[in-house]
Design a protein. Structure first.
Length: 129
């Protein structure tokens, strides 16, 4: 960020472009892990910045290349904090982010509510979900 004078969002976009340019590195690492361990499942933890899902093509192209070159079948899991159920605006915001990612990533998608144990303390949400 300091070297290229980028903020958080610009840095994420730069990283996606860098990974796309160097996709062979990622493909080789996946193949190496698969050969050593036999694992068929990989988890890619992505940041929540909507720019990499909506306004930019690198992530979608990375996903397409992994599917094409090493026959990776993928789905996305969007984690939404339970506190979003208690505020209509925050909930709508989370669902819009989810929809943006679904359209941008073009893959099966699951929304999951996290930290549901907090509902004991927070009570029942006003929204009837």
């Amino acid at each position: 960020m300091e070297e290229y004078k980028l903020g958080p969002n610009g840095s994420m976009i730069y990283c996606m472009e860098f990974l796309q340019t160097n996709i062979d590195w990622l493909i080789n690492k996946i193949r190496e892990v698969h050969l050593k361990t036999g694992t068929k499942y990989f988890v890619f933890d992505l940041p929540g910045q909507v720019e990499i899902y909506s306004n930019h093509k690198s992530l979608r192209e990375i996903i397409q290349q992994l599917a094409r070159d090493i026959n990776m079948r993928m789905s996305a899991l969007h984690l939404v904090d339970v506190s979003y159920l208690y505020d209509r605006n925050r909930f709508l915001s989370a669902m819009m982010l989810s929809l943006t990612a679904i359209v941008g990533m073009e893959m099966p998608f699951i929304n999951a509510i996290t930290k549901v144990d907090l509902m004991k303390k927070l009570g029942k949400p006003e929204m009837n979900l």
